[in-house]
Design a binder for this molecule. Sequence first.
Ligand SMILES: Cc1cc2nc3c(=O)[nH]c(=O)nc-3n(C[C@H](O)[C@H](O)[C@H](O)COP(=O)(O)OP(=O)(O)OC[C@H]3O[C@@H](n4cnc5c(N)ncnc54)[C@H](O)[C@@H]3O)c2cc1C
Length: 398
Amino acid sequence: MIEVSKKCIGCTKCVPVCPFAAINMIDKMAVMNEACTLCGVCVQVCPVQAITITREEASARDLSGFKGVWVYVELTETGDKTHAKKIKQVTFELLSSARRLADELGEDVCAVLLTDKNHNYEKELGAYGADKVYMVEHDELFEYNTDIFTTVIVSLVTRHKPSIMLYGATIQGRDLAPRVASSLYVGLTADCTALAIKDGLLLQSRPAFGGNIMADILAPKSRPQMSTVRPNVMKMNEPVLGRSALVVRESAKLDKSLRRVKVLERKISHDGGGMKIENAKIIVSGGRGMKSKEKFKQLDELSKLLGGVVGASRAAVDMGFKEKTHQVGQSGTTVSPKLYLSFGISGAVQHIVGMKASDVIVAVNKDASAPIFNVAKYGIVGDVHEILPKLIEALKKN
Ligand SMILES: Cc1cc2nc3c(=O)[nH]c(=O)nc-3n(C[C@H](O)[C@H](O)[C@H](O)COP(=O)(O)OP(=O)(O)OC[C@H]3O[C@@H](n4cnc5c(N)ncnc54)[C@H](O)[C@@H]3O)c2cc1C
């Protein structure tokens, strides 16, 4: 419920910021009409705190009307001359997972697309499992902005009541999802590594206590149930070509004044201009067993020969063998290459969660009981300092 108290001074500041034209000035007092979605933007701009929103107790709410599994669509620059943005791969991974969850619940998968220009995105979104695309097309959505995007998402959720909403645990998703969660007064489980349905609820699994246990989290009293999932964690379905999603156009009245943060400059550093580890098809990774920075450099050589990217365990990063941007694991990057080669890595659970989705894992370790062998398809028990030079030599010969 939204209320305007007698403190209202009739300054009208709340009127232009309301994205839904839900505020009228009557007798110098702000009065909300039925278009109000309780998004809370007016509360933020009121200089005298005259507007208050009271949320229902979650337990008192009827949750049966919440239906559908939603996925936030993240767009990224293509960098080409068209300036058209493309859909980030994590969106397709989430759609694939959402499809499975929705089929089990007997509900729809809906993609939520906020953009300044639609480039037939519904075709790809449909191919990866979306039944519907809720699309808001507006000039103010030309780039991601926390305030603007939160306002739009909150209003869509309030209007259409999804039961589940998934975001990529990317820079953008990690900024947006908590803001939406706090605006809606619902929970959020970050960095889920598995999602399933249990008794009609979303079972959200994620590492806890430094990765030593897996916690299963349920949100029985709030909707939507919201999770973020890192890129490369969920397996992507094969796209069904020709399966397009129904586009539902949604309107939003967005004003520049909603934008409290202005991006003045953007600097992207790409570690020597090379490929990012999360996109690599081949990763040659090393751990403490590589012993020194000098010896670790052999992995660069092997990776070049294979056309891959070098990865590292946290111990290797802590010892200064490689930069943090190359760290694989729970507090580094999650990867799922076609081939993951591991040299002198023990296979601690925090490392495994970041690479176990790789298609083929090959591990070299001198300790036959190292846990890395539990996830490796091929294991070589031996000294990396003997095996690695021989491997490099053999590849050079061929
Ligand atoms: C909250 C938290 C987050 C974490 N996040 C991450 C993360 O993101 N990524 C990560 O990797 N770790 C992470 N860790 C650390 C993790 O627990 C381990 O400490 C780390 O992965 C160990 O790295 P390692 O395997 O290189 O080193 P070690 O565990 O020391 O293993 C070295 C291995 O090398 C082998 N070896 C030694 N010499 C040779 C040789 N000559 N030839 C062959 N094998 C040899 C040894 O048998 C051993 O198995 C995290 C920990 C915590 C608490």
